[in-house]
Design a protein around this ligand. Structure first.
Ligand SMILES: Cc1cc2nc3c(=O)[nH]c(=O)nc-3n(C[C@H](O)[C@H](O)[C@H](O)COP(=O)(O)OP(=O)(O)OC[C@H]3O[C@@H](n4cnc5c(N)ncnc54)[C@H](O)[C@@H]3O)c2cc1C
Length: 457
């Protein structure tokens, strides 16, 4: 903490997922002194199952079970869920954002220039994914390659995909933005869990957090809450904003799989290389290679024990749907949300399509796995709780920037959109114009450590 005590902060950012880490990087680039407080650990990415378990699947922390017995995972680590995500880049919902006065077309252009976003080169599309794509196309579906956040030049045949974190740094994650922020002078404190916002009247002046069992306070003229779709509303409720954390989405999904005898899953299979989106129905479907252990867990979950040893022969399709806004979070972040009949109907519609595609691909013994969810959001909606600059209404100097701000059901993976919102917020905080006609961002200027303003209680 001694470093902090000698700093005068410009902003505190809570959480380092794609939303928070992007704001941090962009502010640091503009010479602002930033403190990132991250509940999860940092340290080297090992890419092993133990690290994955503790940072993404630890019950009650990374792994949350809803009252519908639906498993929901989130990354509690530097980079947030993006450390373990599948690196697929879906388009930004510009029409939706426009309704709330937000234009991030320019930020999208910047992000696309800076990040490694592209469809995969041919040698990275492995036989399982290829088989599914050919079969879907033969049935007339517009099943096309998807864009991925991957440094493809770092990829080599035989390299495992970073499901458990990518030690080869092929997959882009928000941890890279957090690292860049630190390289430009930002401070990152890990295992620092923020519990509340410090207010002076209706003005945010800092945060309270716990680290290694001790309580601290940190102060800054701007506070950005970016603790994710579940984490942010928990903090804001504690502050007194009691109505956040209701009527949200979590993008439920199932996978559908079947056995083929003439193709073997390769060790370097990449998930979500190609797929199809039915925007009217709110259904997205992709190929979904998963590692052996997760495959066995999915299989055991639906009691198909005799299928446990077919991993290498399994063709798998993921169906994710745009769910209805519903449910509530408890004050500690417990998720109370049941699938509606409409949500189930969409999943079943996807299941029927997936079944046809797998049958066409020659798969036998087709079955579906249990429900999961991966993108909780819409818990602190723009428009309702936030203005067009993502400032919390009726509060000064307090902002939110993560998946919780998404105002409507959407049903698509959000990482690129969150990066764009993070860029836009950083420009706003730095006093720059935002929107398509704004001037180009100011040149990078590394932050210098300034004087004292934060300390231990
Ligand atoms: C298995 C899986 C696959 C996915 N695949 C894709 C994909 O292919 N493409 C895509 O676009 N999206 C994907 N996603 C979703 C994507 O990763 C998330 O939507 C995205 O990371 C959300 O970003 P965020 O900024 O909202 O917050 P998060 O990534 O949730 O980060 C929030 C951070 O805040 C920290 N935090 C929480 N509470 C506190 C607190 N009190 N104090 C301090 N820190 C706190 C957390 O530890 C975390 O680091 C996937 C998700 C999963 C789980």
């Amino acid at each position: 903490m001694h470093k902090l005590e000698n700093m005068k902060l410009d902003a505190i950012i809570v959480g380092t997922g794609p939303g928070g880490a992007t704001v941090a990087k962009e502010l640091a680039k503009r010479g602002k002194q930033v403190l990132m407080l991250e509940w999860g650990p940092g340290g080297p990415v090992k890419g092993n199952i133990i690290q994955y378990f503790f940072q993404q699947c630890f019950p009650g922390k990374g792994m949350l079970i809803t009252n519908n017995f639906l498993g929901m995972v989130r990354g509690i680590t530097t980079g947030g869920s993006s450390l373990f995500y599948y690196g697929t880049c879906f388009p930004v919902p510009h029409d939706m954002l426009k309704k709330y006065g937000i234009d991030v077309r320019r930020e999208e252009e910047e992000a696309r220039r800076e990040l490694p976003i592209a469809t995969l080169k041919d040698e990275m599309v492995t036989p399982m994914a290829q088989r599914i794509m050919e079969s879907a196309q033969a049935l007339g579906y517009a099943w096309t390659p998807l864009q991925k956040f991957m440094y493809q030049d770092r990829w080599r045949p035989g390299m495992k995909f970073g499901y458990y974190g990518d030690k080869h740094r092929v997959k882009w994650s928000a941890r890279m933005h957090a690292e860049e922020a630190v390289a430009m002078g930002a401070v990152l404190l890990n295992k620092a869990r923020v519990s509340n916002i410090i207010l002076d009247g209706n003005r945010a002046t800092g945060v309270e957090f716990k680290m290694k069992g001790r309580s601290y306070k940190a102060f800054a003229p701007k506070v950005i809450v970016a603790a994710g779709g579940i984490g942010s509303p928990v903090i804001l409720r504690k502050m007194g904003l009691k109505n956040v954390g209701y009527n949200f989405f979590y993008d439920p999904l199932i996978t559908v799989c079947g056995k083929v005898d003439d193709v073997r899953k390769r060790i370097d299979e990449i998930p979500m290389t190609a797929g199809v989106h039915f925007p009217e129905d709110g259904i997205v479907m992709t190929d979904m290679a998963i590692p052996t252990l997760i495959d066995k867990a999915f299989t055991a979950q639906v009691l198909r024990f005799w299928r446990l040893f077919e991993t290498r022969k399994t063709l798998r399709i993921m169906i994710k749907v745009r769910d209805d806004l519903a449910g509530r979070l408890t004050d500690s972040g417990g998720v109370r949300k049941k699938l509606t009949q409409a949500d189930r109907d969409k999943l079943m519609k996807g299941y029927d399509i997936a079944k046809r595609i797998l049958e066409k691909a020659g798969a036998k013994g087709i079955y579906k796995t249990w429900y999961l969810a991966a993108h909780p959001g819409g818990t602190v909606k723009m428009g309702e709780f936030l203005d067009a600059n993502l400032k919390v209404k009726n509060y000064e100097n307090l902002f939110v920037c993560d998946c919780s701000v998404i105002p409507e059901p959407w049903g698509l993976p959000p990482a690129l959109t969150l990066v764009c919102l993070g860029k836009r917020l950083a420009k706003h905080l730095a006093g720059e114009k935002t929107g398509a006609n704004a001037a180009a961002p100011s040149k990078a200027k590394p932050a210098k450590n300034k004087r004292k303003k934060a300390g231990r209680r």
